[in-house]
Design a binder for this molecule. Structure first.
Ligand code: 3EB
Length: 308
């Protein structure tokens, strides 16, 4: 359905009609990595309004890239407006999971952090397209990449997913105003069924309890808190109906590290928690709060793990 390349090197794309995105972000355990979304069903591809999409009977994968000239709130408003128009007009109106990457995420833009500006545009687009915050809210992540583009890729579906929140954390869409004039529009996780099997998207997860960052400057403690949050979200997903008993299930992780030197610390923590064979893509990225050293996201699915 689509592919996303991570690394410093822009990949050469030969299948022009296939949704592909490039995230200019260093890979810590290799030179480049490819995230590939596949479907056993027939896929229909379509390119419209700067957005490349591919869909099967249930799900639509899409991506778009916006050159950053204007302010970030304008860019994120444009990106999300295009996404909503694209998915709504094709009947895949339920946004399940969105990945957001843009440069200098902690930088200042006229007195407001660029991530806060991004949140303003995103929030306004959700409101303009009739989305109910806390109901039509996807799982997401937002990280600092290199270059000068906003890269967004996403999965949307005909049927709604189930919102899963983390009892240890304030819902992001209820964050107090100290984090920005508009709250981030994401759920801690989205649970859905596809072809009769569950699929869980765990959003970018960090060392936040309530709404506050914990363990400032302490990478091992942030790693432990982050893992506690990932486990809390997964436990909540089980209470919401996720069956995690299948022997064929797999957990695919992405770990974003602000400092490459923390790789051993984070890797040890993830291997201790999820087992030495856990599949993790380690990336170097700025996290959306300047005091966060790492963020971990996950996909849990009932299928054997693909090769890396
Ligand atoms: C947090 O929990 C950390 O803005 O889409 C995590 C996941 C974070 C998604 C987003 C931000 C986003 O607030 C940051």
């Amino acid at each position: 359905m689509g592919a996303v390349a991570f690394g410093a090197q822009q990949p050469r794309v030969t299948a022009a009609d296939c949704p592909t995105a490039w995230v200019d972000m260093p890979v810590l355990n290799g030179e480049s990595a490819f995230e590939v979304w596949t479907s056993a069903q027939t896929v229909v591809r379509e390119n419209a309004d700067g957005l490349v999409g591919a869909r099967n009977d249930d799900i639509l994968f899409g991506c778009l890239q916006i050159a950053l000239g204007s302010s970030l709130d304008t860019a994120s408003y444009l990106a999300y407006s295009r996404i909503f128009d694209f998915i709504d007009s094709r009947g895949y109106g339920h946004l399940l999971r969105v990945w957001n990457y843009f440069p200098r995420i902690n930088g200042d833009a006229d007195g407001l952090e660029r991530y806060a500006r991004f949140n303003v545009g995103r929030h306004e687009a959700f409101a303009a397209k009739g989305r109910v915050i806390g109901k039509d809210t996807p799982a997401a992540c937002a990280l600092g990449s290199r270059g000068n583009r906003l890269v967004v890729y996403f999965l949307a579906a005909k049927k709604p997913g189930q919102l899963v929140e983390n009892p240890r954390q304030t819902s992001a869409f209820h964050y107090p105003v100290q984090y920005g004039p508009r709250s981030p529009t994401f759920a801690r996780a989205i649970l859905m069924q596809t072809a009769g099997t569950p699929l869980l998207f765990v959003s970018g997860t960090a060392s936040i309890v309530g709404h506050e960052t914990l363990h400032i400057g302490n990478a091992p403690a942030q790693a432990r808190e982050t893992v506690a949050n990932v486990l809390a979200v997964m436990a909540q997903a089980q209470r919401a109906g996720l069956d995690s008993s299948s022997p064929d299930s797999s957990l695919l992780l992405k770990a974003y590290l602000r400092r490459p030197d923390d790789l051993t610390i984070v890797r040890n923590c993830l291997m201790q928690t999820f087992g030495p064979a856990v599949k993790v893509l380690y990336l170097q990225a700025d996290i959306c709060r300047a005091d966060l050293l790492l963020e971990v996201e996950a996909v849990y699915l009932h299928a054997p793990a693909p090769g890396r």
